[in-house]
Design a protein around this ligand. Sequence first.
Ligand code: NBG
Length: 933
Amino acid sequence: MLREKAFRKNLDEDVKTLRILRHSVRVTLEISRVHSDEWDELETHLYAVENAARDRSTASRAPVRAAIKSLEGFHASLRPNWVQEETRGISLGDVARLSGTRERPARVVAVQRGSIDAAAFTRDVLDHVVHTCAREVRDATAADLYLGFALTVRDRLVHRWLATQRTYFELDVKRAYYFSSEFLTGRSLGLCLLNLGLYEAAQSFALTRGFDLGAILESEGDPGLGNGGLGRLAACFMDSLATLELPAAGYGIRYDFGMFEQRIEDGRQVERHDNWLAHGNPWELPRYQDAQLVRLGGRVEVRQDDDGRTRYQWLDGRTVIGLPYDSFIVGHGTDTVNTLRLWAARATRDFDLQFFNEGDFRRAVEEKIDTENISKVLYPNDQSDEGKALRLKQQYFFVACSIADIVRRYKQKHRTFDEFPDKVAIQLNDTHPAIAVAELMRVLIDQEEVGWDVAWSITERTFGYTNHTLLPEALERWPVRLFESLLPRHLMLIYEINHRFMRRVHTRWPGEMDRLARMSIFEEGPVRQIRMAYLATVGSHSVNGVAELHTELLKNQLLADFHQLWPERFNNKTNGVTPRRWVLYSNPRLTKLISSRLGTEWIDKDLRRLRAIAAHAADEAFLSDIALVKQANKTDLAKLVRDRIGIVLPPEAMFVVQIKRFHEYKRQLLAALELVSTYAALKRDPNAPFQPRAYVFAGKAAPGYAMAKLHIKLINDIASVINSDPAVSGRLAVAFIPNYGVSLAQSIIPAADLSMQISTAGKEASGTSNMKFALNGALTIGTLDGANVEIRREVGAENFFLFGLDASEVGALQRADYRPKDYIDASPALGESLALIESGFFSYGERDRFRSIVDDLRHRDAFMTCADFEAFRVAKRQAAAVYSDQRDWARRTVFNIAGASRFSSDQTVSQYASEIWGIEPIKVDLTLLDDPE
Ligand code: NBG
């Protein structure tokens, strides 16, 4: 009886395996649109076997096992077919078919569509308006023209992209893969036109059709697939990689909904979903033939193989299809077009069909929704870890698809894995993709049958890890229980990785039990957790921070034990920003002015040449031109602000700007308190000399971050009091511009006079808007935090308004029982600001509205706002005094621009390339696309 039961159980398991395998083969065929007679036959046979087993009319497991075997064989045979297809590449015949002109010689079609000749370009735009948008040209709207432009540009990119991929493939070069859960790209059209040298052609074409190119560019949505600096950095890196002709690709998630849209209602942040795909996205192409299957959940079967080796098989659970969407990343003035491949989750149809057939309609739909939720929405949390299961699924989903994709590509040219690290470098952008360490081990060991030691050496040599934060709440940890339920095999692998690592620590420091506990990948406690930063550190040959100070803090604090063990792993790569988007595109006036003095090589080739602009700091004509450029940009911004929120920014005011995520450590609150004290002083003494100021704020708060949201409300309430007070009108104005994003940043940054970078020292890993501001000629008022330290060094201390505690003073004060009250008592201006807020002055007498803010400042003040207040106020006064001498200000502006030439992401990326990835630039060979026939 018992034996019979066991037999039945095993048989059921076999049938389950059979079914899952069958489903996945069918899905593979479906999505790759392959028809196979052989499969039809096999499938019929499989149904028969399955039914017999279900009907219990079978007395042995053998037929089912045999069927599984033949299925596995068939599945394996599918892959090489694809591989063969791919090695042939997409033929020019395909390109010709795409354009619908099969009879023309393929090469000509390809070249024409790739042409950057202005006449061909405008002809193709019209062609797309008519044939793709199905619109008569005379009826075309700005949105139609946008689409016509975008598709025409894409044709040019596709052609170069094919040649780029072909070049990489033929030469079998080492490639770098940037794994990031966020790519905050911003709009594409304007930048692509500039990069391809087609901007002017587009402009004159638009004019002849009675359109302003600006309006056409505005029709593009602003894809916000990132929270802030980390995602924007990934986008800047992609731009630089292509520009430097480096063989690389980005991998991430194609979220249906990006960063939420922020509205301000009654001064409060209200979130609305961001449906960035509502009008389609002409910049991407789905690649059905490259879809992947990913498993989640299930169990692990351990068995001995014929050679007596232990083998692990991950079974059951559910499978999800990863459908890749490619966008093409074009370099500036090069033919290189790299790939940004983002994965969308799709349900395998079988799940729903299975339930559907059984009549459980609700379940059928639920399963599908549940699966596709994986790539539904970007988590809007910056710097905090929610530990949600869906988030872990997202991370594993895109990592597994990407690793499979890379392994597939590698196997097209290689039989063994020996050369894997010579062909593949993977950079982990923070810990979000850190599970890749375990996934590559799983693929190598379980699927490719590589032994542990070799697999581990490959893994270590393949990965690099970039840390982007020291804030404890941002360091990802996953509860072991959750991990086990979703990724049982990975948990086993991480146990083994940790076991071996602990042995190593023990050998190095025998008997130091504390150290073992401190360094273990597993954190013991009421809830056992996996520390992803440690997994990434252990599994990578390189660990880097994103600014000098940050890297030092990593080495001495967060990862100090690891640094002692592996000092050679640690290195710094200070962040950078792409000058194409952040100067050429967003500040054409400045680009033109500088080029009139330096020629265009500084923007076309090497931003370091911009340093030469410092030689013009005494050239009166240049100084007055610099001031004129700034003034014109400020007028543009003032118009935008008036149009959007009806607030008037006085044109002669000093524009003081803080735009970034709202977070307590970034201290928008410090800016707000200083603003209140300035306002109070102005009211008290209206006749004292005063440099007019306009404060500009923008930024989103995580929807669940109540304190940050209250800071937004406070700033808006202060703004509404000040803006409606006639006593300060024309001298003080405050604007909170809603819905901060890449496009808004492009409008604000060129117009800023003074950039506030005022985080508590030691908390901001780097910052990147600080670089963008300096590059556009703003001066910085800032603490010695993140990249501010290096910016100050480059632009000259005398051209930077420094204030506040440094990182070690912050640490010392924290340890020494910090008491904010001492600082409040010592600063009448601070006392007054707090009292004013507390009195209900900014909240229609409602005293409780901001009580939590004031109470926190008085009694806790974890970010030392009170300690830095007085120094900040003084530095601000000093900045205003300097500003009133416009010539002196312009001179300092020039030194800021010159010094910021150090912060191009080109420079950062070439350091990654040579010091971490070991990849080299390569010229794309457009003639490789020649049709062999
Ligand atoms: C952010 C830091 C910034 C830094 C960017 C890019 C995270 C986790 N980190 O200071 O806060 O500039 O990363 O490196 O978003």
